[in-house]
Ligand binder design. Structure first.
Ligand SMILES: *[C@@H]1O[C@H](CO)[C@@H](O)[C@H](O)[C@H]1NC(C)=O
Ligand SMILES: *[C@@H]1O[C@H](CO)[C@@H](O)[C@H](O)[C@H]1NC(C)=O
Ligand SMILES: *[C@@H]1O[C@H](CO)[C@@H](O)[C@H](O)[C@H]1NC(C)=O
Ligand SMILES: *[C@@H]1O[C@H](CO)[C@@H](O)[C@H](O)[C@H]1NC(C)=O
Ligand SMILES: *[C@@H]1O[C@H](CO)[C@@H](O)[C@H](O)[C@H]1NC(C)=O
Length: 281
């Protein structure tokens, strides 16, 4: 797949065929646009030229889509180092309707200490020099030339899990031995969907120690199992932040990771909290 994209964006004829095929596919199936999710131009075996050719692809798609005003969006990585490698922000900003900022996976079982999936602001245990959070990345995209109203704030409906070294330290920045064990449904070590988190907390309430850093993030442990995540309150705070910053909206990774069947109460608690936050800010 990656090799295919690499060859494709760097070849005028293949690119023209792709643009025309995509237009026809969208047009004949009743879609209203296209979201590109290339992770990531000029990385993971790509060519340096991908960065500029991505702008070329987006420009050609936008020109083809103009006839029917189809939407053109892209999911993008959020750190300055990823921008340097993969994105000509001002170039993309000319042609994309929205950037879907993937503002999650800040911390995970690749780290040696606990950290929450997507802190809105710095974690309380972060060094002052560490700018690794949603707020910093939104500002990075704006300072690189993105129009704020084209930025869509990505929200994670899941947590990143760890196994603590000991119960001496259950905070962020605590030493870990690795990923938390896989959950019952998504079955992936290191990741719990929101409905796996909330169901476990409802069923085993006495065993959970939950800490909410208001308007920022949540983390919790059950014995040595540790998870850093968002609940409806922090999702609401992030959606209000998106509105206050003049961003175009919010999006989720992913609809099917929220409590879609109402295991823990109302259906879709995170998605409804985001809508409420964005609309009331
Ligand atoms: C970024 O894209 C714009 C529009 O295509 C182009 O004018 C500009 O030269 C590009 N910037 C760089 C650094 O290549
Ligand atoms: C948000 O990020 C900006 C730019 O990096 C920074 O100046 C500001 O202090 C941050 N806000 C908070 C509450 O940390
Ligand atoms: C936890 O704290 C106790 C008491 O201070 C200490 O004896 C023990 O070595 C600590 N365990 C770890 C894994 O740090
Ligand atoms: C719960 O977590 C907080 C924050 O990490 C910690 O200060 C507290 O000691 C923990 N309480 C229990 C009972 O483990
Ligand atoms: C937990 O561990 C982190 C990283 O080693 C450290 O910065 C922090 O002070 C520790 N907190 C406690 C309560 O021991």
């Amino acid at each position: 797949m990656y090799l295919f994209v690499l060859q494709l964006v760097n070849d005028d004829t293949l690119r023209a065929t792709l643009v025309s095929n995509l237009y026809n596919y969208i047009d004949s199936n009743g879609f209203d646009g296209l979201d590109l999710d290339w992770e990531y131009p000029a990385q993971r075996g790509g060519a340096d030229s991908d960065k500029e050719q991505f702008v070329t692809l987006v420009k050609e798609l936008k020109e083809a889509f103009a006839a029917k005003s189809y939407l053109l969006t892209a999911a993008v990585a959020v750190t300055q180092s990823n921008i340097d490698l993969s994105y000509n922000v001002t170039g993309l900003n000319e042609y994309l309707d929205y950037f879907h900022l993937m503002l999650y996976d800040f911390y995970g079982s690749w780290n040696t200490e606990t950290g929450v999936n997507a802190p809105l602001y710095a974690q309380l245990t972060d060094d002052a020099s560490l700018n690794f959070n949603v707020n910093n990345s939104v500002n990075v995209w704006i300072s690189n030339g993105a129009t704020p109203s084209k930025l869509v704030l990505g929200l994670g409906a899941y947590g990143k899990t760890f196994t603590l070294t000991s119960l001496n330290n259950t905070s962020t920045g605590a030493p870990v031995t690795g990923a938390g064990a896989a959950g019952p449904y998504v079955a992936e070590a290191g990741t719990y969907s929101y409905y796996e988190i909330c169901e476990d907390q409802v069923n085993n309430a006495a065993e959970w120690n939950i800490t909410e850093v208001e308007g920022n993030y949540v983390y919790a442990n059950k014995d040595l199992f540790w998870v850093g995540y968002d609940n409806p309150n922090t999702i609401k705070a992030k959606a209000q932040y998106a509105k206050t910053m003049g961003l175009g909206g919010i999006m989720y990774w992913a609809v099917d990771l929220d409590d879609f069947s109402g295991l823990c109460g109302h259906k879709y608690p995170l998605i409804s909290a985001g809508i409420a936050g964005y609309n009331c800010a």
